[in-house]
Design a protein around this ligand. Sequence first.
Ligand code: UDP
Length: 248
Amino acid sequence: MEKINIRGVNFLNTTLDGAAEYIWQRFADGEQTAVFTPNSEIVQNCIDTPELYETVNSAEVIIPDGIGVIKAAKILGTPLRERIPGVELGERIIRESAGHGAKIFFLGSKPGVAEAAAEVMKERYPSIDICGCRDGYFKKEGSECDEVVGEINESAADILFVCLGAPVQEKWICANRARLPGVRVFLALGGSLDSYSGNVKRAPEFFCRHGLEWFYRLMCQPSRIGRMMKLPKFYFGTWLFKLKNKNQ
Ligand code: UDP
């Protein structure tokens, strides 16, 4: 599968269908797969803190979640085929999980959210098997973390949703995937459980279609303003990067 490097992060050049098929192919082959869905904020975090590149690029599947990455790819003259919202890819994997005999564990978000998300998904796709839920407010190292790993192993989960926010979830997967040998797919999906549970509404169609999902999220959660300042930094930084490389 073709990879395109955007500001140091190796994205798969695929579609939502292509990504899902690739994940299931690896699943059938018995290979462990980490799926990361960086947006421009996370790529900018890598640029600002280069140690993060190793963590982010360690995933076998990296897909662009966010219009900023798609725009950057265009600016750099190496367009990516489409934006793949992680929340949609996650639901697609849930929907198809029963057909592959895969059990799912939801890890992350505030207490009660994972259970509520499981209930909504079970109602929508009755044949799925959600074998465990756990909130994301535990110490990410030490005995509390060991306990969470033990719980996931005991559940015999094949697919693990890790919704702890970036970059905590990516670091957690890197640090713990070897201790979770039965898990074949790790999905680092930020606020997806909030979205599935109905706790946080996704942006209406209009905002998504016009690349304004970030603006909708900002209106709903104004406290995101600090994080969102990374977006213009990434956008203008990409233009500067392109000009600099052109002149070399
Ligand atoms: N979260 C968590 N454990 C923590 C910190 C955060 O489970 O220690 C959850 C938080 O409740 C939220 C998610 O991580 O459900 C992060 O959501 P956000 O929308 O910020 O994610 P992103 O923008 O990274 O997709």
